[in-house]
Write a protein that binds this ligand. Structure first.
Ligand SMILES: [Mg+2]
Length: 364
């Protein structure tokens, strides 16, 4: 099932074949600037593509050679509102390869200013869309060495820099001086998005409002979900998180703020780089005063010291009466709120930390 070769005129930059040890996917080859020695994005060219969508409307999209197909789809989503997973990209002889999100655009040998066609529908019926989306439960482990490698890689630092320029965070409420920052995922962290329910409140993680009310005393709160802004606003509105009288949400971020990174063992995946927030509000938020909760550890890969992997809240109807995760995490967040550098903690051991504190309290 090898796709047809690219047009002969565009064969100038023949990449060397991937090393034989790379077993993951034969179609995944390394970007040119990834050679050891770490030159900063040498030879990464900007490409302008025209995307034709529904009824012949045309959109101009700018990408770089070291961007993946996933990133191209994200740019198209920005222009058209069609979610990446809903897009099918068509171009003569390349359509099957454009279906592989992990492929780098430089490997497709596209000519400048080519016009491709996108077929896709804007998410109209949000709940239908949610239910038929594939479930991501596989929180694969990435080795410690590899995490260091990913966060320090020039190509990823460049991607983050570009994202900082492209994605402007809209503040719902002002940042507060002297507060730390808590960044929260939604799906399986605050909400069981997979179980059926007549009312979304049935799927809300227990103690959500109590948790947000208590931690708001010490933390500004940002919600960051790997879904669309429309869904984030809808969901947070339905749960009563927006416009709540007891706490205020500083900002909402969606999938367009994420970046795609490559790991040798796991191929490409998306993550949530906190550097995007730190760059836009450096006088308030830093790597030292930020903590992020997510049920998927890989989302922290660009800032592993700031991530706390929360137990996923699934099967709401079964677990609603017993889930205490947010109660315990409230204690942890308040216990560490006075530290000047919370990234020096090992958030993996958060439960021991709170146990220790309550023991010390009992003994004093
Ligand atoms: Mg999640």
């Amino acid at each position: 099932m090898e796709p047809s070769p690219p047009p002969p005129s565009a064969a100038a930059t023949a990449a060397p074949p991937p090393p034989p040890s790379e077993s993951a996917s034969s179609s995944r080859s390394k970007p040119a600037e990834e050679q050891e020695g770490g030159g900063v994005a040498v030879g990464v060219e900007e490409m302008t593509l025209i995307v034709k969508w529904s009824g012949g409307k045309e959109y101009t999209v700018r990408v770089l050679g070291d961007d993946s197909v996933a990133e191209l789809k994200r740019r198209i989503c920005e222009a058209t509102g069609v979610l990446p997973k809903r897009q099918k990209l068509l171009y003569p002889k390349l359509s099957s390869r454009l279906g592989d999100d992990s492929l780098l655009l430089s490997d497709l040998a596209l000519k400048p200013h080519i016009k491709m066609t996108m077929i896709g529908t804007v998410e109209d019926e949000i709940f239908v869309d949610r239910v038929d989306s594939p479930e991501v439960v596989d929180d694969f482990e990435i080795g410690q060495d590899e995490i260091v490698d990913i966060k320090d890689k020039d190509v990823n630092i460049q991607k983050l820099r570009r994202r900082i320029n492209q994605y402007k965070i809209k503040l719902l409420n002002p940042c507060r001086e002297g507060k730390k920052l808590l960044v929260l995922d939604i799906d399986y962290t605050l909400f069981d998005h997979r179980s059926p329910a007549e009312n979304p409140l049935e799927l809300m993680r227990p103690y959500l409002h109590e948790f947000l009310t208590a931690v708001y005393a010490e933390y500004d709160i940002i919600i960051w979900s790997a879904t669309s802004m429309r869904w984030v606003e809808l969901k947070m509105g339905q749960l009563g998180v927006l416009g709540n009288p007891n706490y205020k949400i500083t900002a909402l971020l969606d999938h367009l703020a994420m970046i795609t990174v490559q790991s040798d063992s796991r191929g490409t995946f998306d993550c949530k780089p906190l550097g995007l927030i730190w760059a836009q509000f450096p006088e308030f938020y830093t790597s030292k005063n930020t903590i992020m909760f997510d049920d998927l550890k890989r989302n922290f890969v660009m800032n592993p010291q700031n991530g706390l992997t929360i137990r996923p809240f699934r099967k709401a109807h079964l677990n609603r009466s017993s889930d205490q995760e947010l109660v315990k995490l409230t204690q942890y967040l308040l216990a560490i709120a006075d530290l000047s550098d919370i990234s020096a903690l090992d958030h993996k051991s958060w439960e021991f930390y709170t146990e220790d504190i309550s023991k010390r309290r009992r003994h004093s």
